[in-house]
Design a protein around this ligand. Structure first.
Ligand code: DQA
Length: 147
């Protein structure tokens, strides 16, 4: 069965209370529950992980190789700073979708730079929590096309 890792980076554990005017009121637990329900309907499985630590996220990406068919990654602020995350994604060759709740391109200039985008199969941003479900559908379609 197709298996997808949903990986969230720093400060995303605070969703629901963190700047709700930017990120909404939905908690990470709500998002993960919605992803599990959506996956069940699509006949796939998802695993969810979150860390505030760059190296732990690198380890999660390494562990995805041979274990998951795709990664949906909201790397949070590490998106804009982390060559290590970019290199990890390039190294494991597991198709990865870059995800953001907010539209990073409509925000501060430093958020317009993504180290993840060049190694991702695509980017979804600006659709809030719904973006995770859009990313799941996009990943399933990508994997079906790839087979
Ligand atoms: C974010 C956007 C990033 O710029 C920010 O640092 C985050 C959240 C988003 O989901 O919109 O932590 O990845």
């Amino acid at each position: 069965m197709t298996s997808i890792l949903i990986l969230n980076g720093p400060n995303l554990n605070l969703l629901g209370t963190r700047q709700p005017e930017v990120y909404g009121h939905t908690t990470l637990a709500d998002i993960e529950a919605a992803c599990h329900a959506h996956a069940k309907g699509a006949g796939i499985t998802v695993s969810c992980a979150q860390s505030n630590h760059e190296g732990v996220l690198v380890d999660e990406i390494h562990a995805a190789k041979g274990c998951h068919d795709g990664i949906i990654l909201n790397a949070g602020a590490y998106t804009h700073t982390s060559v290590a995350l970019r290199d990890a994604i390039a190294s494991v060759e597991v198709p990865t979708i870059e995800l953001h709740l907010s539209n990073i391109h409509a925000r501060e200039a430093f958020r317009h730079v993504s180290h993840i985008a060049p190694v991702a199969i695509g980017q979804i941003c600006g659709f809030g929590a719904q973006g995770y479900l859009l990313a799941l559908d996009a990943m399933v379609a990508h994997l079906q096309g790839a087979r």
